[in-house]
Structures are given as C-alpha cells and as structure tokens.
Design a protein around this ligand. Structure first.
Ligand code: KIV
Ligand code: ZN
Length: 498
C-alpha cells in the first residue's frame, strides 16, 4: 500500500527571503494560484510580523486560494502568533508555524538560555497558537545540529501540547543524508505519542545535500517535506520541490505518493524564475534548460534509437511540450492571453494590451516568441513606474575601436545627456550613466543569460550594485544586451532612489 507525502511549499516564505527575489502582493497571489494548480498541500505564505507587506500578502493569499492549507510563520513569541492568526483570518484551511532554536549553539548564543527553558517556551508557544487554530506546526530550528536525545524530548513535549506537525529543519545544511535519515528514524522510534503528529523535513542546500537528506527523511518516516520551486532559498537554497516530486515518481517502488501534478512543473518553474528574476542554472536537475538536451554524439544516437537509453524522464511528464505554440507577429491578443493563462498569469485588459504592444515589438525583432519571452514581457511592468528611464542609448565599439557611449535619461520628467568611453561597450555606457547620476555606486555582480537560443534571442541581465553600504538588485531584458545591461543598472539606481 502506498503512503501519502504532504508537500509544504515555502517558496513564498523561505524562498522569497533571498535578497533580490522579493515579490509584491499581486505577484505572490499569482504564484499561490499556480502552486494550488500544481497540487501542493500547504503554502507557507509569509512571516506576518516581519513586515506590513508580508502581513497583507498572507491575507490576500488566504482569500485567493481554496484547496491548500495556508501557513504563517512565527517565532515562539505571543505577539508573532497574534499577528499570524489575524493574517490567517480568511484562510479556508489555516496553520500557524511556530518554533524556536534547539541546538546548544542556538540555546547558548541566540537565547542565552537553557535546554529546560527552551522546552517550556516551545510548549507555551504551541499552546498559545492552539487558542487560535487547530493545526499547529512546531519547528525546532537547527534540529540538524541538535543532539537526538534532547530533540526527542522537545518533540514529545510539543506533541503533548497539541502540535499536529513537527518540523525538523537542517537549518545550516550540515547533515549527511544518512545522519538526517537516522535522526528522523530516532524520533519515530523514541518519541511517545509520535503517532499523533507528522514529522516534516526542512533541509537547506549548503553542502548540496538538501534533496538527498529530504529523501532519507521520507524513507525513515517523515510524511511532510518543506520545499521550494527551483530550490530557491537563502544562501544555497532549500530542497527543490520538482526534484522530490520526480524522484518519487521515477522510484514508485518506494510507495510514496504526492498530490503534485508533475505536468505543471515546468510552467511553475518558469513563472517563479521570471517573477523573481532568478535564473535557473542550465544544468539544474528537472527544470534546467539542458536537463533534457543530449549533446554528445553517442547519447544523441542512443536517444534516436530508443529514448529510454539515456532519458529516465519523459519531458512531457513535467509539462515540456516540443509542440508548444510559438507566437509570431501575426498572433492576436487571444493567443497571447491564452499562453499567459497557461502559466497562471491573468492580466486586466489594459495591462494585456500593453504587454501585447511589447510582444509585437519583440516579434518584429525575432520571428518566434516563446513562452519564456512572454513571461519576461509580462514581468517587465516594474520598469514603468520608476523615476529614471532610458530615453536613448547609442554605443560604438568593435575590434580596434575604443568603445564610446552616449546616453539620455529622463529623470522625473527632465532629460539629461552624457557621453563617455570605456574598456567595453557596457563599461562605456555605465560610465556615461555615472556622469549623470553622480553617486558612489559599485557593480558587484553582473550576469547575462540568453532566454532561449539563437543570435536573435532576448538577453536577460541581472546586476547587483552597492550603494551606501547596501546591495540593490536590478534586472533588464532586451534583444540588445548592452541596452539590457544599462536597463539593469538603472533598475538598481531606481531602487535606492525610491
Ligand atoms: O531553516 C529553518 O530553520 C527555517 C525555520 C524558520 C523553519 O526556515
Ligand atoms: Zn529554512
């Protein structure tokens, strides 16, 4: 008989904590609706006490989705729990996720406390949350480095206090998969009352072992996994949702089932990557651009003879359709609207019209417009409301020519122009820009990635600019990579001028 594994999606909480990945409430609702279609069981919608934006997002997500449980994070602090309960008022199914650090490191340095006092605080928090909701999840932060015997006492105490789910986070991504699996097994075997709660995995990827640890946790008895789309999350990220879903599908002999509709994985991955401006590494398992590309001659030969020689997953199983409709300049509004809706994006008529005009301009430059292109266009509205806009940009460069750039910016309705040289066209354009915006700014990170393939493709640029001790994240996209780079730089400036 197969066993059901609950998927707890924390893309909108642990995933969204990544600097530069913040979404506005409207975008979070789009993501939540897509996660509902994907079939996740729980959506961790935010940490309501952390900001008014998070508080409001939990409210709006609660109103927008029906089927999944909506979860809100708190510390083991009464005012956090009050705030989470208020934010969850509209959720059809609601859960409060409260917890405290349990490793000696956290107890001593973070709380200046004792093991006994931490158990008391954990129990008090669960009991307090129970006054508001039936479904209370407790997290033992840094459980990965918490001694098993003490951890079992904490888990037993919070289950007795009413916790329905107990989360065992490997917060620092330290555990070996075998150690993490043994930890879950230990708890399954040594905690009195373990049958009254579900154990949950929550693994970070600092040593590249998050998926392996999560799987070991499941094999040893955990029945909920906390995961994010594309594995996004702080530092090296969280366990990747698509990897766990596809491992369990490919290894059905494990007898573990999820509610994930795997055919929605590719669309969900693209949506998150596009809205969060977070590129997916090309060789990322399951959703990377090269995940199904067989480049070596031997592999191509085998795949042509029988696809199963080198392919363990049918791309269609994750929703990659070779025959997906490609839009051209002749495609109408309805076709564009349909492709956006396939990816869970619904635009009001005015915004759709704006994206359609951008689409026609892009289709003029490159004959075939793909889903990734239109997702990029649908996300490009952020630039609209910014106070600095590029009016024009002219760059000369090439072999044996010193690059020169001239730029005109519109700053709050007034135009300013400048020209400069550089060691390359991007450097020249940014030097010209800096003659207008005379602030101390340092470019810390700069990546250019083609969206699809071909020399007529759209280039996506991500930048990090340091100003006044803070990092600002910017994004630009264009068929002209120099224009995209300057757009990304201007996006950063707009953020610190707000
Ligand atoms: O990694 C972690 O410990 C967490 C908890 C707050 C659940 O994200
Ligand atoms: Zn985490």
């Amino acid at each position: 008989m197969s066993s059901r594994l609950y998927i707890f999606d924390t893309t909108l909480r642990d995933g969204e904590q990544v600097p530069g990945c913040q979404l506005n409430t409207v975008e979070k609702i789009q993501v939540a609706k897509q996660l509902e279609k994907l079939g996740v069981d729980v959506i961790e919608a935010g940490f309501p006490i952390s900001s008014p934006g998070d508080f409001q997002s939990v409210i709006e997500i609660s109103k927008a989705v029906t089927w999944p449980t909506i979860c809100a994070l708190t510390r083991a602090v009464e005012k956090d729990i009050d705030c989470a309960a208020e934010a969850l008022a509209y959720a059809k199914h609601k859960r409060i996720h409260t917890g405290i650090g349990t490793s000696d490191m956290h107890i001593k340095y973070k709380f200046n406390s004792t093991r006994e006092e931490i158990i008391e605080r954990a129990v008090a928090a669960v009991k307090y949350a129970k006054r508001y909701v039936e479904d209370v999840e407790f997290y033992a932060e840094d459980a990965g480095r918490t001694e098993n015997e003490y951890l079992a006492r904490v888990v037993e105490a919070v289950i007795k206090a009413g916790a329905t789910v107990v989360n065992i986070p490997d917060t620092t991504g330290y555990c070996l998969p075998s150690e993490y699996g043994a930890k879950i097994r230990y708890l399954m075997e040594h905690v009195d009352g373990i049958d009254h709660a579900i154990l949950s995995t929550h693994c970070h990827n600092d040593l590249g072992m998050a998926t392996a640890c999560t799987l070991e946790g499941v094999i040893n008895g955990a029945r909920q996994v906390e995961v994010t789309i594309n594995g996004i999350g702080e530092r090296a990220g969280n366990t990747s949702e698509e990897e766990i879903a596809m491992i369990l599908k490919c290894h059905s002999h494990l007898g573990i089932e999820t509610n994930i509709n795997t055919q929605r994985i590719a669309a969900t991955s693209r949506m998150i990557s596009s809205l969060m401006n977070m590129p997916v590494q090309p060789n990322k398992a399951i959703v990377g651009r090269n995940a199904f590309a067989h480049s070596s001659g031997i592999h191509q030969d085998g795949v042509l003879k029988n696809v199963q020689t080198y392919e363990i997953i049918d791309p269609k199983d994750i929703g990659i359709d070779d025959n997906a409709i490609i839009l051209t300049a002749r495609s109408g509004h309805a076709a564009l609207k349909h492709r956006l809706e396939v990816h869970g994006i619904q635009l009001d008529p005015e915004r759709l019209d704006k994206v359609y005009q951008d689409f026609l301009r892009l289709a003029d430059k490159k004959k075939e417009v793909t889903d990734d292109d239109i997702l990029m266009l649908a996300g490009a509205d952020r630039a609209e409301s910014r106070s600095i806009k590029i009016v024009n940009l002219q760059v000369t460069g090439g072999v044996g020519i010193r690059p020169v750039a001239a730029i005109t910016l519109d700053i709050a309705g007034e135009e300013f122009s400048a020209a400069a040289e550089g060691n390359g066209p991007v450097d020249a354009a940014i030097n010209a820009l800096k003659q207008i915006i005379r602030r101390k700014m340092t470019l810390k990170e700069f990546t250019i990635q083609a969206i699809n393939r071909g020399s007529n493709d759209v280039g996506k640029v991500h930048m990090q600019v340091e100003h006044d001790g803070h990092l600002y994240y910017g994004f630009g996209a264009s068929t002209d990579i120099i224009a995209a780079s300057v757009e990304a730089y201007v996006d950063c400036i707009n953020k610190f001028r707000k």
